[in-house]
Structure formats: structure tokens, C-alpha cells
Design a protein around this ligand. Structure first.
Ligand code: ATP
Ligand code: ATP
Ligand code: MG
Ligand code: MG
Ligand code: MG
Ligand code: MG
Ligand code: MG
Length: 278
């Protein structure tokens, strides 16, 4: 194939390397999941099986791509953050996005039957789209993640109230929509509590906060002294030597990947896990 007269066509390929030294977020989103919910009978407002399946697929992505430092998922979407120093695929957007999307989709399909034990997968098959966005500062990146978590909260409060009106209150979809038009958060909390005796605060954390995926180093290495030392290494802002970078990468690929449902808007989450953004 090399040096054929046809090879010039490679020159038509556009470079799509993402800006260096920026945090890359790849977000995948389920295609037409409103319809998927109807076809496969997702429970409303939150089908736990579907969320667990999203988390399983995302865990596989994070485990497969050590350059990902954190993932955040809500509904039919997942965001994956590549470290700003990442040079995977020379940072080519199409390679990064397509690899994340296909790894996610393959694992979603593979694990379907584990979570939907009595609902076999057939057609339509689940598919996902994807995009990459660069964020130049940690503040921008954290604001991005905060934006997604606020979205989770706003949507979940709305959906919880909407479906309470429909499922428990006997309202039609249209009536529920009308009842909620123009309401504030406090009004929705009040409707839930006074009409349905639901305290929104007691709803499951996964529904209220979404799912955060990251590597839990401390639980991996029982030798806490060594962990602290390595943590210092990771926090060092200077350019890492090749071998140190290789060591970190290897360590990342061996660390336990965990899924938790925590507030990622406040500083506490990040202060307690300095390795994620260092
Ligand atoms: P698009 O292809 O443009 O993304 P879409 O129908 O997937 O279209 P979204 O905005 O992504 O539109 O919305 C996803 C829909 O799937 C929402 O209605 C959401 O409530 C629903 N959904 C996703 N996950 C779950 C779940 N675990 N349980 C119940 N409903 C869910
Ligand atoms: P990359 O992730 O960079 O694409 P790769 O290992 O997939 O790495 P390719 O250049 O895509 O590299 O090469 C694909 C390899 O798979 C080749 O070695 C090719 O011979 C082999 N391969 C693909 N399809 C078949 C097949 N049907 N039978 C035997 N070998 C195959
Ligand atoms: Mg090939
Ligand atoms: Mg969409
Ligand atoms: Mg969607
Ligand atoms: Mg969506
Ligand atoms: Mg190949």
C-alpha cells in the first residue's frame, strides 16, 4: 500500500488536534433515549437499572483510558475529563471522541442483560453521540461540571414532581405540565411534601446528584506513607520526566475505579482528592 499513486488522498484529511494544555471533556449522550425509555419501559422519573448500566459502561471507559481523570453522569449522558497533559492520539478530536463513544456503547450493549434482566435488548439498539470541548482553566472545568450537576438537580426536582402528579396524583401529562409552569424550586418541594408526603431531601443520592467516577488511590495502596509521597509527586506542577509520567500512567491504570454520588460543586470534593486535577 505504501507509496502508491493513490496515497496523495491522505492529504485531504483535516487535522483536528485539540488545543494543547487544556482540559478535554468528551460528553456522550444517548440518541433518542426519550423513545428508548418508551420502547424498553424505563421507570419514570428514574430507572435505576438504566443509571446503573450507564455507570457500568462509564467505569469500563475510565478503566480502559487511564488519561481520563474523572467522569460525571446524569440521565443518558456522561462526561469524561482528559487531563490537560494528555497526549493520547496526539489529542485528535475525532479519535478521542470516536474511541470514547464506541467503548462506551460497546460496554453499554455488553452489560445490558446484567441490569435489564427481564427485558432483552433488541431493536432499536442503543447508540450515543459525542463531542469534545476544551476548557483552559481548572475554574472553567469545574464550572462545566457544576453546570451538569445543577442540570441534574433542576431536572430531577422537576421530573420527580411531574411524575408524582401523574403517577400518584392522577394528573394527565398536560395537567402536570400546567401545574408546574412558572413554579420555583420551593414550590415543587412544597407540592411534593404537602400533596404526596415526599421529602425531596430523602430521594436517592444518585438521582439528586448524578454519578461521579474517579480513581481511588488511597484504597488501592495500603501503605499510606508511600501514597502521601506519590501524591506530592503528582501535585508537583513542574514538567514530569518521561519515566515519572509513565509510572503515573501505570499507577492510574491499576487504581480502583469508583462510582459515587457526591456534590462536585463545592470545594470539599476537590480538596479531599487533590490528585484528580493535579
Ligand atoms: P437526543 O438524541 O437529542 O439526545 P433524547 O431523546 O435522548 O434525544 P435527551 O435530552 O438526551 O433527549 O433526554 C434523554 C431522555 O431520556 C430524558 O427524557 C430522560 O428523562 C430520559 N432518561 C434518561 N435516562 C433515564 C433513566 N435512567 N430513567 C428514566 N428516564 C431516563
Ligand atoms: P490502531 O488502534 O492504531 O488502529 P491496530 O492494531 O488496530 O491499531 P491497524 O493499522 O488498524 O492497527 O491494523 C489492524 C490489524 O488487524 C492489522 O494487523 C490487520 O492485519 C489485522 N486485521 C484486521 N482485520 C483482520 C482480519 N479480518 N483478519 C486478520 N487480521 C486482521
Ligand atoms: Mg486499520
Ligand atoms: Mg441531546
Ligand atoms: Mg439523549
Ligand atoms: Mg441527554
Ligand atoms: Mg485499527
Amino acid at each position: 500500500m505504501a507509496n502508491s499513486k493513490f496515497e496523495y488522498v491522505r492529504g485531504f484529511e483535516q487535522t483536528d488536534a485539540l488545543l494543547p494544555n487544556t482540559w478535554i471533556v468528551v460528553r456522550v449522550d444517548g440518541r433518542a433515549f426519550t423513545k428508548m425509555c418508551a420502547v424498553y419501559g424505563f421507570e419514570k422519573p428514574n430507572d435505576r437499572r438504566a443509571l446503573d448500566l450507564m455507570n457500568a459502561a462509564a467505569k469500563a471507559v475510565v478503566a480502559d483510558l487511564p488519561d481520563i481523570t474523572i467522569g460525571y453522569g446524569i440521565s443518558d449522558e456522561y462526561s469524561f475529563v482528559f487531563h490537560k497533559s494528555c497526549n493520547l492520539f496526539e489529542r485528535r478530536a475525532s479519535k478521542l471522541v470516536s474511541t470514547v463513544v464506541s467503548t462506551f456503547t460497546a460496554n453499554y450493549v455488553y452489560s445490558w442483560s446484567t441490569y435489564f434482566t427481564s427485558t432483552p435488548l433488541s431493536f432499536p439498539l442503543p447508540t450515543f453521540d459525542g463531542r469534545a470541548v476544551c476548557y483552559p482553566s481548572v475554574q472553567n472545568l469545574r464550572d462545566y461540571l457544576s453546570w451538569r450537576q445543577v442540570d441534574c438537580h433542576i431536572n430531577n426536582l422537576y421530573n420527580t414532581t411531574f411524575w408524582a402528579l401523574v403517577q400518584l396524583g392522577g394528573a394527565s401529562n398536560r395537567e402536570a405540565e400546567k401545574a408546574l409552569a412558572g413554579t420555583l424550586s420551593a414550590d415543587k418541594n412544597e407540592i411534593l411534601f404537602s400533596r404526596f408526603h415526599i421529602n425531596y431531601n430523602n430521594e436517592p443520592e444518585m438521582f439528586k446528584k448524578g454519578s461521579v467516577i474517579f480513581r481511588d488511590y488511597e484504597l488501592v495502596d495500603p501503605d499510606s506513607h508511600r501514597v502521601a509521597e506519590e501524591m506530592d509527586d503528582l501535585a508537583e506542577p513542574v514538567q514530569q520526566s518521561k519515566s515519572q509520567a509513565e509510572k503515573d500512567k501505570k499507577r492510574r491504570s491499576k487504581a480502583r475505579v469508583v462510582v459515587e454520588h457526591l456534590d462536585i460543586i463545592k470545594d470539599e470534593f476537590w480538596d479531599r482528592r487533590p490528585w484528580i486535577l493535579s
